[in-house]
Each structure stands twice: as C-alpha cells, then as structure tokens.
Design a protein around this ligand. Sequence first.
Ligand SMILES: C[S@@+](CC[C@H](N)C(=O)[O-])C[C@H]1O[C@@H](n2cnc3c(N)ncnc32)[C@H](O)[C@@H]1O
Length: 252
Amino acid sequence: MTKHITRDQSDAKPRIHRDNTLKFFEQRAARAQELGAIKAVLYQDKHPTLAEARDRAEKEALLPVLDTRPGDRVLDVGCGVGRWTSILSERCSYYHGLDFSPGLIDYARRSHAHRTNVQFSVASADDFSLSSLGSQAPFDLILCCGIYIYLNDEEIVSSGRCIADAAGHNARAIFREPIALKQRLTIKDHYSEELEADYNAIYRSKEDLMSLLSLHMAPAGFKLIHDAPMYDDPALNNRTDTKQHFFVLERS
Ligand SMILES: C[S@@+](CC[C@H](N)C(=O)[O-])C[C@H]1O[C@@H](n2cnc3c(N)ncnc32)[C@H](O)[C@@H]1O
C-alpha cells in the first residue's frame, strides 16, 4: 500500500477511499474493549488521559450549546460507540445514532440495550433519510462529531442534503471537526504508529467545510449562528496543523 501525506498544492484534491476508512473503524471496533470506548473513537492511544480529558471538555462546552429540550428528537451522525448516547437520551425524548461501521454500532447497541428511547442504524452519513432510518418524525437536533474528515467533498455535500431532509422546522445542527489551520491536508494510506493502522483523512479550512455543508443546508433554511474553537485548554490540542472547532447551524 502507498503511504504518503499529501499537503495539497494548487487545486489538487486527492480522494480517500471509503473501504480503507471502514477497515480502519472496524479495527477500532474490534479493539474497543482493550482500548476503552472513548479511546476507540477519540484515539490518542499512546497517551494515558488525553482522550478522556477531551471527552469531558467537549461535553462540558457543547452541552449548553446543544440546548437540549425534553421533547427533542436527536440524530447523532457517525455516532461511533455512542459516546453521546447516555447524556442525550437522558435529556431528550428520542435518540438515534447512525454509523457506517457495523462493529461500532454493535458495540453501541450492546452498551445501551437498556435504554428504551434509543435506536442505532448502520448507515452512511451521506446516504440516509427519515424512512431509511425507520423514523416517524423529523429530528430537532443533529450532532456530527469528527466525521467529515473521513468524507470526500461531494460526500459532505450529500450529507448536508440528508441532514436538511431529515431535520424539522426549527432544527439545530452542531458540527465538531478538526480544521486545517494552514492549507488543506490529506492523509492517504499513511501508517500511523500511534494508531497501529493505516489512516486516511482530509482536513479542510472552516470556510471549505461550511461551504460544502451549506450547499444544500443553506437553501433549506440553515444559517451558521455560532462557531468557536472546541477546547479552551491549549494542552487538549496536540497538533500544529489542525485544531478542533465547532459550528452551530440553526434552521429558521
Ligand atoms: C472520530 S470517530 C467519532 C465518533 C463519534 N461521533 C464521537 O464523537 O464519539 C468518527 C466516526 O465517524 C464514523 N464514520 C466515518 N465515515 C463515515 C460515513 N461515511 N458514514 C457514517 N459514519 C462514518 C466512524 O465509523 C466513526 O464512528
């Protein structure tokens, strides 16, 4: 397998392949018991506490922004092991997590089997609808954490359309993503020593990510109402080329 890191020059946009990304997440699912659920999806495998610290900081900062209401129906796109499932299903009337990894969804289902207002589906972020999810009503709150770096540009556009079609009239959509600080960065079939696996991801600027998502979401009435860096504590961002950021879009 070719292993290289591409720092895109001019308008060259290398693609990543979904089969390779899926293989990576199936490996993470297989190691979830050994690594622990949080590390399985937030990584930092060689660091004893960073993933857990990020999980806490993210929930502390995003919960007020999510502004959950008891009657809310929540869709968690790319839900992984269901890191957000407990906290959201306890605050809202219904939680639905979707992820393209059967292994991660199996883990999420087993961990939350006792919850009566929770459902999970194996589905791709760029190819779902209310009817494919078996959902009776639109969603009020859509959460997407750390998934768009695994999609090519046109797949993000399609995902924005799926979200807009599945969202209710006054829905909010919250995105938390690592953002490229300088130029677009594609990691393609690169063996990561830390993750002990081949890794693929595309890091985009804030503007690029928002313009791809907005292509269908803006005409559907979604507006960006807030965006900010994810962590106040600089120690939680351990990369120099990328930084975690969140965006809140609201439909009115
Ligand atoms: C970094 S993990 C984050 C998981 C979860 N959102 C969280 O914050 O705990 C990225 C997740 O995106 C999922 N994913 C990647 N590409 C996807 C796709 N095309 N459709 C659905 N899920 C996808 C992976 O399986 C994985 O669960």
